[in-house]
Design a protein around this ligand. Sequence first.
Ligand code: NAP
Length: 265
Amino acid sequence: MEITEFVKLRKEALAQEIKAMERPPHLMIILANDDPASAAYDRGKMKDGAEIGAKVDMTKFSPDVSEEELLGTIERYNEDPSIDGIIVQLPLPKHISEDKVKQAVLPSKDVDGFHPLSAFHPCTPYGIILYLEHEDFSFRGKNAVVLGRSNIVGKPMAQMLLKKDCNVTVLHSKTSEMDKAFYLAHADLIVVAIGRQGFLDNRFSYKKDAVVVDVGINRGEDMKLHGDAIPNLPVAMQTPVPKGVGLLTRLALMENLVQACQNKK
Ligand code: NAP
C-alpha cells in the first residue's frame, strides 16, 4: 500500500480512538527560532492534530529567549495535567543547550522520543516500523543495513530493527565505499538517512527483492525535494520522497500523542 494511503487509514483509526476518549489529547509545541522550515513542520503538526481531533497549541518565543525562561516554561507544562505531549522544535538558538532542553521534558510527555528515558520511540524510526509491519515485512533474520548513525534516526532505527530480530549493520561516513557495496549487496532492508541526494544509485548492486526506505530530504538544485536514493532502484520496494518517510514521521508523532494521553489513565 502507498504510504499516503497507509497514513490516511491510520489517521482515521486514531480519530476513532480519540472520539472514544474522555477528552482529546493535547500537544504543546515550543518554538524558539525564526526558521521557515520549522514553521512549516509545526504547521504540519497542527494540521495532523486537527485531522484526528487532537488539540495542538504552540508557544512561540523570540530567538533571544533565555535558557532559564525556556526551561521554566517546559517545567510548567510538565506539571500541567491538561498537557499530554510536549515538543521543543529544533534547532534551538545557539545560546541554549539542546541537551538540557531535551532532558527537561518529562519522559512521559516526550512524544518526540528524544529524552534518554522517554516513554516513546523517536518518530521517524517508529513510523518506518509501523509501515513495514503493515506491509508484512518479515523482519526476523533479515539483513538490515542502516546508512547513517544520528541520534534521531540511524541509531534508534538500528536498535528497533535489532529488537525485531534483524541482523543489523550500521554504516556511516567512515565506512569505505567497498564495504558499503558489500553490505548493500547482501541487504534485504536498507534504511538510508544520510542527507546526500541520490547517494544510493546504480553504482551499487542490490538484491532484487530488497526493500529501500529513503529517509533523506534534500533540497536539490532544481529547488525540489529529493531523497538519499535515486528513484526506481532495481529493488522490490522503495519509499518515495516526498510523500514518503516524512508522512510516517508525522503519523508517528500523532500515534505517540494519543498513547501519551491513554497512558495517563
Ligand atoms: P545527520 O544528523 O546529519 O546524520 C547523518 C548521518 O549520515 C551521520 O551518521 C553521517 O556519518 C552519515 N553520513 C554522512 N555522509 C555519509 C556518507 N557519504 N556515507 C555514509 N554515511 C554518511 O542526519 P539526520 O538528522 O539523521 O538526517 C539524515 C537525513 O534524513 C537528512 O536528509 C534529513 O533531512 C532527513 N530526515 C528526514 C526525516 C523524515 O521525516 N523524512 C526525519 C529526520 C531526518 P557520521 O556519523 O560518520 O558523520
